[in-house]
Design a protein around this ligand. Structure first.
Ligand code: SAM
Ligand code: DTB
Ligand code: SF4
Length: 332
């Protein structure tokens, strides 16, 4: 979708936007369902990158200590517990710049994925930068989706991260798609960006060919010791507008109301679900930060009459539209 279309959609009167988001949502997701995804940080902290929002960067004194890759048996235990709790997607995150084929740690990850993928949940991993070989090996091992966020616009990206580029992010996403994995890609609100930056990010996400299978919308959780520790909280109406606009621009995506739910009231979350969110991270921890308690989420979904989605681990990645270019346009 073009920037000017997104601009027009986003800046409608609030209720017009909500109505349009709801309509697109109901056409594409007629069941009143939310997908529950459990996150696990399989390798925490000590990251070489300088992402200024992240507590896991080794460059900031955030209090998060660097740990080794978790043992496979412990990961499997957590994955089984997530499944028992009703999660249908298990997302494993590693605080790495990226992975390289043939290294011990990548072989360990492949081994972990092979076993987790036998549990009948969708398997998502987020390991940083990937080449074509690594992407093919992950797909082969049983990964359903690769998470790699754009996080913000290409224009704002260098203000937030200097140790890798926006173009690097796009390249990894291309490798994941070429290998036949679904792509989970979204961003963070509250990095000091403008509304125009948010819409630019959405323009690029919506122009992926194929469009992402899921789009996480994170609100910055300000982490002590990071350069963005004092950043102001995202306004609820801005978050709801962004969710509705994402739903309209990428109708078939799971739009995931991601980090920052502990800062939202139940009413604000209900508005996000109405506007088009249909997935959450479930479990009291994200990677290093807090998430609402499981009982609270269960109660909220029950009160809203929302049910939870069945897993679809065998889902195929959305196919590319051969009449459109594969690369998203970076200029407008
Ligand atoms: N290292 C890999 C990478 O950068 O892609 C994977 C892990 S990284 C922690 C995954 C995503 O978490 C980031 O792209 C960002 O969107 C989100 N994230 C990290 N810290 C956050 C924070 N403080 N608040 C909100 N979202 C955050
Ligand atoms: C995503 O977009 N959000 C998740 C997941 N993908 C990997 C991570 C949120 C991290 C929040 C901060 C933390 O836990 O350290
Ligand atoms: Fe490392 Fe990812 Fe955090 Fe950036 S967002 S510092 S790459 S873990």
């Amino acid at each position: 979708m073009t920037y000017s279309e997104l601009h027009r959609i986003y800046h409608q009167p609030f209720f017009e936007l909500l109505k349009q988001g709801r309509q697109v949502h109901e056409e594409n997701w007629p069941a009143q369902e939310v997908q529950l995804c459990t996150l696990l940080s399989i390798k925490t902290g000590g990251c070489s990158e300088d992402c200024s929002y992240c507590a896991q960067s080794a460059r900031y004194d955030s209090g998060v200590k660097a740990e080794k890759l978790m043992a496979k048996c412990d990961i499997l235990e957590r994955a089984e517990a997530a499944r028992a709790n009703g999660s249908t997607r298990f997302c494993m995150g590693a605080a790495w710049r990226g992975v390289r084929a043939g290294t011990d740690r990548f072989n360990q990850v492949l081994d972990i994925v092979r076993d987790v993928s036998k549990l009948g949940m969708e398997v998502c991993v987020t390991l940083g930068e990937l080449g074509a070989t690594e992407a093919a090996q992950l797909k082969e091992a049983g990964v359903t989706a690769y998470n790699h966020n754009l996080d913000t616009s290409p224009e704002h990206y260098p203000n937030i991260v200097t140790s890798h580029t926006f173009q690097d992010r796009l390249r990894t996403i291309r490798h994941a798609q070429d290998a036949g994995m679904s792509v989970c890609s979204g961003g963070i609100l509250g990095l000091g960006e403008t509304i125009a930056d948010r819409l630019r990010m959405l323009e690029i996400l919506s122009e992926f060919n194929p469009q992402p299978e899921s789009v996480p919308i994170n609100s910055l959780m300000p982490m002590p010791g990071t350069p963005l520790a004092e950043q102001a909280q995202v306004q609820v109406f801005d978050l709801v507008r962004m969710i509705a606009t994402t739903r309209i621009a990428i109708p078939r995506a799971k739009v995931r109301l991601s980090a920052g739910r502990t800062l939202l009231s139940r009413e604000a979350q209900a508005l996000c679900f109405f506007a088009g969110a249909n997935s959450i991270f479930y479990g009291d921890k994200l990677l290093t930060a807090a998430n609402p308690a499981v009982q609270e989420d269960q109660a909220l979904l029950r009160e809203l009459g929302l049910t939870t989605q069945e897993p679809n681990p065998a889902m195929s990645a959305p196919s590319a539209n051969t009449e459109r270019p594969l690369e998203p346009a970076l200029t407008h």
